[in-house]
Design a protein around this ligand. Sequence first.
Ligand SMILES: NC(=O)c1ccc[n+]([C@@H]2O[C@H](COP(=O)([O-])OP(=O)(O)OC[C@H]3O[C@@H](n4cnc5c(N)ncnc54)[C@H](OP(=O)(O)O)[C@@H]3O)[C@@H](O)[C@H]2O)c1
Length: 278
Amino acid sequence: MDSSIKIGFIGAGNIAQAIGICIIKKNLLPPNQIYVSAPSERNFQKWKELGVNTTHNNYEVILQCNIVFLAVKPQNIHSVIIDLSMSKNELDFDRLIISIIAGLSLKALDLMLRSVLQRYSLIKAIPNISIIVGKGTTVICDDEDKPASEYNIKLVKMIMSAGGICEIIPESLMNAASAVSGSGVAFVYSIIEALSDGAVKQGIPRILSYKLAAHTLLGAAEMVLETNEHPAVLKDKVCSPGGTTISGIHALEKGGLRSSLMDAIEATTNKAFELDKK
Ligand SMILES: NC(=O)c1ccc[n+]([C@@H]2O[C@H](COP(=O)([O-])OP(=O)(O)OC[C@H]3O[C@@H](n4cnc5c(N)ncnc54)[C@H](OP(=O)(O)O)[C@@H]3O)[C@@H](O)[C@H]2O)c1
């Protein structure tokens, strides 16, 4: 990455740390070219161990960096904007702002930023927590009424690809995509836990049951990605006529697994739209 680039994070929590670690691990930028701010020391220990610059002053991050991730909870963005408004005269070079705040539309954020920044480009990127292990899924978008340059989109894609795959989608699909990949991680953990409970009920030790269940999901997912076959075709290959697996599938259908998962995606997407209206 260009040696003049400095990346900042306003918000030092879980997801910011995960992105920061990916950037450093993939040698996109040395730690001394990364800045992070948060009100407390609570999350600073890890950043300091990595050699990243830490500060309690959000303004310092925006002053120092040409790429800035907004990585706070939606309820904290207003206080960030107030901090940035302190000395807007000094903020006179182009900045790329990457919002990872789920459920906050680019238009709403742009309205706030306009009052404190003069020259900036805005892109939203919603990663999932699996970027910690380099298997993340990130979706990115720009505001269709105020599109980002191809260069900036490529730059964000490159940064986020350090932690896994990164897909560009329209903002209108962002909440649904975040439901599948962002919240989907939690749904899959519930599935792993349930498979494990089932295994334990049948006498398999707990630790082994987690291992079997998690690896089964990992392998099944890799089969979908590598073979490019329809999941139903792959499922059919495992179900021999009159066999054990089709009996299990029947039980899943009775329990409404597929319908429950579709409901979960719908509920999550709707909630994100609701939050954005607040
Ligand atoms: N976790 C995920 O999987 C995930 C995925 C995609 C998107 N996101 C989005 O990422 C954002 C952060 O999530 P998270 O899970 O990383 O939350 P988190 O671990 O709670 O981190 C939030 C960070 O924001 C800091 N903060 C609070 N008020 C601030 C302020 N006024 N100025 C600067 N920093 C402030 C906190 O400071 P302290 O360290 O002092 O507490 C903390 O470092 C959320 O908007 C979430 O929707 C999360």
